[in-house]
Design a binder for this molecule. Structure first.
Ligand SMILES: Nc1nc2c(c(=O)[nH]1)N[C@H]1C(S)=C(S)[C@@H](COP(=O)(O)O)O[C@H]1N2
Ligand SMILES: [Mo]
Length: 365
């Protein structure tokens, strides 16, 4: 066997092909948020979605080193003790996997088969990336910043460390932080212990976990996760466009109670309070609309007060006067930049950034 022979291209499921063993294996490792946990403004760490491309690497806060080098005046290396002595801040950030929604696409791109649960909001504590870079001194020839994790694997025949680049402008302008705490506790192993990057507003792939190196380079980063993997394409061979910030999306907490297998919902007739969360990585949420007739008519939801971190998700609610019968609930978000969540998002080959509206079938009795 050779490395190159492993799934050199992404595959699409054949017509009618069910979830494959490979997809099941990924789905059993990488879990989403149970939708009822959308009730928490800050997701308890164990309920936050998880996505890990390779294996969770071993590491210890006592010995971990973060290198900051490349196009800097003074290459540096930080341990956790040194980082903790710097000015810290805590930011509330909604992370969403760029593959969220993939499994509902037709044809289905074969990869982690998310429905719509690859999201969570946590409070991350650490130092501003901008402060770290300033410490090392940014040279005028710096163009991109490359973040490398301690995990290692093979993707489409390419052996690699998990690595992502950001332009210097985005690295500083996004308010990215290098974090060692999630919700006030040390990072759990699956979320990057002992150190990770968190890039507010960006799809999750930018927030490199198990962060061991930050390198400034004098050209555009062309590593696998930027140049090959996370791109919107129709055809396998086209260059495509880079995936960046999170498209607007709203999700309802499914009301009533579920059927174990199908997860169809049951509620009693009368006023049913509907609640959920809405977010966008481009701008604060401007409005949320709810439909209880599968998208024929829409009503504005009530938005709760916005918090300090304006790209973190926002709660909304709507009272539904439920009449007996079967109903399909759906919901959509519109942000302050004018981006509107579509009921049906366009298809792309990797199944990325698919923010098609959620549909929940409810039997009112
Ligand atoms: N080092 C490393 N960082 C990583 C990943 C990874 O596999 N390795 N996965 C990325 C992806 S695709 C996502 S969606 C987020 C998930 O972060 P979470 O598991 O903390 O929710 O981490 C990102 N950072
Ligand atoms: Mo992801």
């Amino acid at each position: 066997m050779s490395i190159e022979q492993f799934s050199v291209r992404g595959r699409l499921a054949d017509t009618g092909e069910g979830i494959t063993g490979d997809e099941l294996q990924l789905a059993a490792r990488n879990h989403g948020i149970p939708l009822e946990a959308l009730r928490y403004d800050v997701t308890p760490a164990g309920l936050h979605y998880v996505l890990v491309h390779y294996d969770i690497p071993a590491g210890s806060a006592a010995t971990w080193r973060l290198a900051v080098d490349g196009c800097v005046e003074q290459p540096m290396s930080f341990g956790l003790t040194e980082l903790r002595a710097m000015t810290r801040r805590t930011v509330r950030v909604t992370l969403e996997c760029a593959g969220n929604g993939r499994a509902s696409l037709q044809p289905r791109p074969i990869s982690q088969p998310w429905l719509n649960e690859a999201v969570g909001t946590a409070e991350w504590t650490g130092v501003l990336l901008a402060d770290l870079l300033e410490n090392a001194g940014i040279r005028s020839d710096a163009v991109d910043v490359v973040f490398t994790g301690a995990d290692h694997g093979i993707e489409r025949g390419v052996e690699q460390d998990y690595q992502r680049g950001l332009s210097l402008g985005e690295a500083i302008g996004s308010g990215a932080i290098v974090a060692w705490e999630m919700n006030g506790d040390p990072l759990p192993p699956q979320h990057g212990y002992p150190l990770r990057l968190v890039v507010p507003g960006w799809y999750g792939m930018a927030s490199v976990k198990w962060l061991r190196s930050i390198e400034l380079i004098d050209h555009e980063f062309d590593g696998f996760q930027n140049a090959v993997a996370y791109r919107i394409r129709q055809e396998a061979d086209e260059l495509g466009t880079a995936i960046t910030r999170i498209e607007p999306r709203a999700l309802l907490i499914p009301p009533g109670f579920p059927d174990f297998m199908s997860r169809h919902r049951f509620v009693a007739a009368g006023i049913v309070p509907l609640e959920g969360k809405a977010w966008s990585g481009w701008a604060p949420i401007d409005r949320v609309e709810v439909s209880t007739d599968a998208g024929v008519t829409w009503s504005p939801a009530k938005l709760d007060a916005a918090g300090n971190d304006e790209l973190a998700w926002r709660s909304f609610s709507h009272d539904w006067d439920a009449a007996p019968g079967e109903h399909v609930l759906t919901v959509r978000a519109i942000d302050a930049s004018g981006r509107e969540q579509p009921v049906e998002a366009p298809w792309n080959r990797g199944g990325f950034a698919n923010n098609s509206a959620q549909r929940i079938t409810v039997l009112v009795t």
